[in-house]
Write a protein of this length. Structure first.
Length: 73
């Protein structure tokens, strides 16, 4: 069981050095995603906008490995 860091140009890159997701066999472990729009650098003060952006960032990470929000436990 060797962990494999998930890398994709479609994933927003974190400012710090950590993997946004790590695959171990058929499991995917995803790091917490901030409510930041990585394309624009925009950070809203509105909680709902931050929450929606965090889920959009999470979906981008999942899509990079062929998964989706519908498969999250």
């Amino acid at each position: 069981m060797k962990p494999i860091a998930v890398k994709s140009p479609d994933i927003p890159h974190p400012a710090m050095t950590y993997s946004q997701a790590v695959r171990v066999e058929n499991l995917l472990f995803v790091a917490g995603q901030p409510g930041v729009n990585f394309e624009s650098g925009f950070i809203s003060t509105d909680f709902e906008i931050q929450a929606r952006q965090a889920f959009a960032n999470l979906a981008a990470v999942l899509n990079a490995v062929g998964s989706g929000l519908d498969k999250v436990a």
